[in-house]
Design a protein around this ligand. Structure first.
Ligand code: NAD
Length: 414
C-alpha cells in the first residue's frame, strides 16, 4: 500500500486478522492522529505514558511502532482537505488506531469528521467504559459504585437519520404520501425526520456487548430503549436483543424474570443477566442505583446522551475514554473536543486520551500494560497531583501541566 504523506515505521509489522482473530506482532504498527486544538499537547503526553507502560510491562520485548495519520487541520495543510482518503485507507490497513479531538469547522463543510469516520469504516460500536478513580472530583456521594461499559450503536438511528425542513417541497410530498398512502397524519407544515433501526444493526451491536460481558466476567447487559413510545424502532431494538441472547447465547444468559423465578435473584456462576430499561428511567437509575448496571447496549441517540451523563458522574470530559469498533477495525479516541482556548498551553487534562490508549492496549491483548496505566493514574490522582480542571474542584491539589502530569504517571510506574 503506498501513501502520499503517511510513513509506515520500518521497524514495525502490521496487525492482521486471521481465523476471526487479531494477530498482534510484538512490534505492531499502530496509527495515531494528533488532533486539533489541545490534541498535540495531550497526544505528546500520552505517547510517552503508553510507551513507558509497554516497556515496563514487557521488559522491552514489545513496543508499539507509532505511525502518524493526518486528519483535521494538519491534514488540511497537507492535502487541502481535513478528511483525506488515505487516512481512511490507513485506519483499515493498520486495523488499530487512536485519535485526538478534531475541530468541526463552523458554517459549511462536513457535519463532523468523527461521524464520517465511523460511517466510512463501519465502526458500528461506540464503546465507553465509565468507572471512578478515588480522588477524581465527582458530583456523586458514591461515585465508586459507577462501573459500566456503554455500547452505543454508531451507524443507524439519528446518525442515519433523514430530515426535511418545514415547508420544503420534500416535506410536503412526504406528508401527502403519509396521509394518502399510509393513513398517517402529521401536523401540516411540519419538519419531518426518519430514523432507521435495523435488526442487523441492532443485533451486531448487542452481540458485541454480550460477548464483551462474557469475556470480561461482567454480570449483566442492559438494553436501553424508548420502546414504550417508539415500538417499531426502539421497541424492536429491545425485542431483537432478547431474541439474540436466546438464539446465540442461550447457555450463557438468562433474563431478569428467569433470574428471580429460578435463582432467587442471585445469578448463577458464568451466566449473565439480560435486562432492559426505558431510557428516561435509566438516567434516574444510573444516578440513584448505579451499582445495578454493568454492560449497557443502546441505540445511537440514547447512547449519545447517556454516555456523557454517566461520564459526568465520575469526572466528565477529563477522564472518559472511548473507542469506535467495527468487526475488527478500531479507532480509539478522546471523547472531548479540541478545547481551542487551551491549545498549545500544555494545561489540558490528558485523561480521556490516556484511557482510550489503555483501551487500545486491552484490545491488543496487552492487558498488563493497560493495568499499569490505571494503577499509576490512581496513585498520581490520589496524591492530588492533577491538571487545572480537576485542581479547581479539589482541596489541597497540586496543579500541574499536561507534560508534568504525564511525567508523574511514568514515575509512578516504577
Ligand atoms: P470541548 O470538549 O472542546 O470543550 C468543552 C469544555 O471542556 C471546555 O470548557 C473545554 O475547555 C473543556 N475541556 C475539553 N477537553 C478538556 C481537557 N482535556 N482538559 C481540560 N478541559 C477540557 O467541546 P466544544 O467546546 O463544544 O468543542 C470544541 C471543538 O471540538 C468543536 O469544533 C467541536 O466540534 C469539536 N468536538 C470534537 C469532538 C471529537 O473530536 N470527538 C468532540 C466534541 C467536540
Amino acid at each position: 500500500m503506498t501513501y502520499q504523506h503517511i510513513r509506515l515505521p520500518v521497524a514495525g509489522e502490521k496487525i492482521t486478522v486471521r481465523d476471526n482473530r487479531l494477530q498482534v506482532p510484538d512490534r505492531p504498527i499502530v496509527g495515531y492522529v494528533e488532533g486539533d486544538g489541545i490534541g498535540p499537547d495531550i497526544t505528546r503526553a500520552c505517547l510517552g505514558v503508553w510507551n513507558a507502560a509497554v516497556a515496563r510491562a514487557y521488559g522491552g520485548r514489545r513496543a508499539i511502532q507509532w505511525c502518524e495519520v493526518y486528519l483535521g487541520e494538519k491534514a488540511a495543510g497537507l492535502y487541502g482537505t481535513p478528511f483525506p482518503e488515505e487516512a481512511l485507507r490507513a485506519f483499515a490497513d493498520l486495523v488499530v488506531s487512536i485519535k485526538g479531538p478534531l475541530t468541526t469547522p463552523v458554517g459549511g463543510g462536513m457535519r463532523s469528521i468523527n461521524v464520517a469516520l465511523r460511517q466510512a469504516l463501519d465502526l458500528y460500536a461506540c464503546v465507553r467504559p465509565v468507572r471512578h478513580f478515588p480522588g477524581v472530583p465527582s458530583p456523586l456521594r458514591h461515585p465508586e459504585k459507577v462501573d459500566v461499559v456503554i455500547f452505543r450503536e454508531n451507524t443507524e438511528d439519528v446518525y442515519a437519520g433523514i430530515e426535511f425542513p418545514a415547508g420544503s417541497a420534500e416535506a410536503e410530498r412526504l406528508e401527502r404520501f403519509l396521509r394518502e398512502e399510509l393513513g398517517a397524519k402529521v401536523p401540516p407544515g411540519s419538519a419531518l425526520g426518519l430514523k432507521p433501526i435495523s435488526e442487523f444493526g441492532s443485533k451486531r451491536l448487542i452481540r458485541k456487548a454480550i460477548r464483551y460481558a462474557l469475556e470480561a466476567g461482567r454480570k449483566s447487559v442492559t438494553l436501553v430503549h424508548k420502546g414504550n413510545i417508539m415500538k417499531y424502532t426502539e421497541g424492536a431494538f429491545r425485542h431483537w436483543g432478547y431474541e439474540l441472547a436466546r438464539d446465540e447465547f442461550s447457555g450463557q444468559t438468562l433474563t431478569e424474570e428467569e433470574l428471580h423465578a429460578a435463582y432467587g435473584g442471585r445469578p448463577p456462576e458464568g451466566k449473565i443477566v439480560i435486562k432492559d430499561r426505558i431510557a428516561d428511567i435509566m438516567f434516574q437509575q444510573m444516578l440513584l442505583r448505579p451499582a445495578e448496571f454493568d454492560v449497557i447496549a443502546t441505540p445511537n441517540l440514547n447512547g449519545d446522551y447517556l454516555s456523557d451523563a454517566v461520564a459526568a458522574e465520575v469526572g466528565g470530559v477529563g477522564i472518559a475514554p472511548g473507542g469506535n469498533i467495527g468487526d475488527f477495525i478500531a479507532v480509539f479516541e478522546a471523547t472531548h473536543g479540541s478545547a481551542p482556548k487551551y491549545a498549545g498551553k500544555d494545561v489540558a487534562n490528558p485523561g480521556s486520551l490516556l484511557f482510550s490508549g489503555a483501551m487500545l492496549l486491552d484490545y491488543l491483548g496487552w492487558k498488563e500494560a493497560a493495568q499499569l496505566i490505571a494503577d499509576a493514574y490512581g496513585r498520581v490522582v490520589a496524591s492530588k497531583t492533577v491538571t487545572y480542571d480537576f485542581a479547581r474542584q479539589m482541596e489541597g491539589a497540586r496543579e500541574v501541566r499536561t507534560s508534568e502530569f504525564a511525567a508523574a504517571l511514568v514515575k509512578a510506574m516504577d
